[in-house]
Design a protein around this ligand. Structure first.
Ligand code: 5AD
Ligand code: SF4
Length: 481
């Protein structure tokens, strides 16, 4: 790995190397020179701010981007007054896009007052050709636009934006390239996301992800293990393995391996205490995986298993490749094999053609599976997906009414399910001092529920036993035991 010291040894008078990641370290060194000159001229250190929209993948990408900025000498801040502002965007639902355009209006005002300010956009939304076109035409003050496939080139692109003084736009349709060994600046010292694969091949008919994140590519198990070992040596006790569908991990590798086999190898890493993963597609969740989870001491008692709809007819139109009955059988098997498992899900309401009967099937699954928690979404039409041109788009008032009924049911059941562990004493990973009451700390159970209990900041990052005294809706109040 590179660090500040060997950045000094990079000779910037020669041409940049062609191979990665050496090329990017060359540009980080170059960027550091630019930042240092500008800091000297301003008489203060330059600041940078990354604003992240969307999922855990984006959060992890932002940690990588922040790692590059910090190595280049920027001081990280949460304020959009920063010298460099980057929006890492999401496009899974239309309202995420609207938020970005709204923020851009505000940034344009700031840039008028401070013309040296640099503004960049990246992430899923930029992978949509019509968005890129709109930015190019109507948002001329943006300095840099890149997508999801080339974030490893960030230092190179930002250097180019500085030297050209024009908008730099670098968008790739797809790639099979995975660049290893770039820096990352973690949000939490004790836990980290770890990408195990990129992209998605499932093409659920409502979903834009396969178009903006490209085809499925798995990282080699050796690289994943080496990254986690490095994180553990740096104080990490919990990892979240990330992929759009972790159950198809490893299928396209030269030496194929299953996700369950990868988990077995991760489990053996000494010093690592907890393993989480996200997301599992119900169509290919294997018995092998259930058995590995069941026998594991480190894999957390939480599985996120998106349902999307409980109606077999709608599931077919969604291209989900399972039926209501198959999903129920899988959920029942999971509950039977691992009784203390927390099952959570994603549900979409108002997919084209959804009738009241279809919706009742969804409520039926929610009642039968009894989710510990569920994210509920109103269907959002994404241009370019097959569902966008389907007939019988459901009127807004009907969707809203269904959404409210679903939410009420999900919350009622989730409250009951959360109460399941009341009175038990269970291990909790302490994450922070409580925001409202500084005499308390906040931590997470293996099943992902939050617990607040008396303690101080010295406990952060430690796993301690906590007596779960009282369940308050979706969280616990406890006491150390
Ligand atoms: N409309 C509404 N929700 C969507 N999701 C994905 N695409 C759409 C869409 N077009 C939801 C799915 C997925 C979650 C990450 O976002 O439920 O599991
Ligand atoms: Fe989208 Fe389906 Fe892929 Fe998930 S599995 S990212 S919902 S296409």
């Amino acid at each position: 790995m590179y660090n500040h010291t060997n950045l000094d040894e990079i000779d910037l008078s020669v041409q940049p190397p062609a191979e990665e990641p050496a090329r990017q370290y060359y540009f980080i060194a170059k960027l550091r020179q630019i930042v240092s000159e500008k800091s000297a001229a301003a008489g203060r250190q330059l600041t940078s701010c990354i604003h992240t929209f969307g999922c855990q993948m984006n959060a992890r990408d932002s940690e990588k981007l922040r790692g590059i900025l910090e190595l280049a000498g920027y001081v990280n801040t949460d304020s959009e007054d920063a010298d460099f502002v980057l929006y890492n965007t999401c496009t899974v639902r239309e309202n995420a896009n609207q938020k970005v355009y709204g923020h851009l209006g505000y940034l344009s005002g700031l840039k008028k007052k401070h013309p040296d300010k640099m503004i960049a956009l990246c992430g899923c939304m930029m992978q949509e050709p019509e968005v890129a076109e709109r930015i190019r035409k109507n948002y001329r003050f943006v300095d840099l636009v890149f997508g999801t496939h080339n974030i490893y080139k960030f230092a190179e692109l930002l250097t180019e934006a500085f030297s050209s003084g024009k908008m730099v736009m670098d968008l790739w349709e797809d790639t099979d390239k995975i660049v290893e060994d770039l820096p990352a600046e973690r949000t939490y010292p004790f836990k980290s996301g770890v990408n195990i694969m990129f992209g998605c091949n499932n093409f659920c008919s409502y979903c834009i992800v396969p178009y903006v994140r490209g085809r499925e590519r798995s990282r080699k198990p050796e690289d994943i293990i080496a990254e986690i070992e490095g994180l553990v040596a740096d104080g990490v006790v919990e990892v979240m393995l990330l992929g759009q569908n972790v159950n198809s991990y490893g299928k396209n590798l030269e030496k194929p391996i299953t996700f369950a086999q990868l988990l077995r190898r991760v489990e053996q890493i000494e010093g690592l205490e907890r393993i989480r993963f996200m997301t599992s597609h119900p169509k290919d969740l294997s018995d092998e995986l259930i058995q590995v989870m069941k026998g594991s001491k480190k894999i957390c008692r939480h599985l996120h298993l998106p349902l999307q709809s409980g109606s077999t007819a709608i599931l077919k139109k969604m291209n989900r490749r399972y039926t209501k009955e198959q999903y129920l059988a899988l959920a029942e098997k999971l509950r039977r094999e691992i009784p203390d498992l927390s099952l959570t899900t994603d549900i979409i309401v108002g997919f084209p053609g959804e009738t009241e009967e279809d919706f009742q099937e969804t409520l039926d699954v929610v009642r039968k599976v009894r989710y510990d928690s569920a994210f509920t979404f109103i269907y959002s039409k994404r241009t370019g997906t097959p569902a966008a041109v389907m007939e019988n788009q459901v009127p807004e008032e009907i969707v809203k009414d269904r959404f409210n009924r679903l939410l009420a049911l999900v919350q009622e059941i989730a409250q009951e399910m959360s109460r399941r562990v009341e009175g038990q004493t269970l291990p909790v990973l302490v994450e922070s001092v409580n925001e409202q009451d500084s005499a308390l700390v906040t931590g997470r159970l293996s099943n992902n529920l939050l617990v607040h209990f008396p303690g101080d900041e010295n406990l952060i990052g430690k796993i301690v036993n906590v007596y779960l005294k009282e369940c308050r809706g979706f969280y616990y109040l406890g006491e150390r035991r």
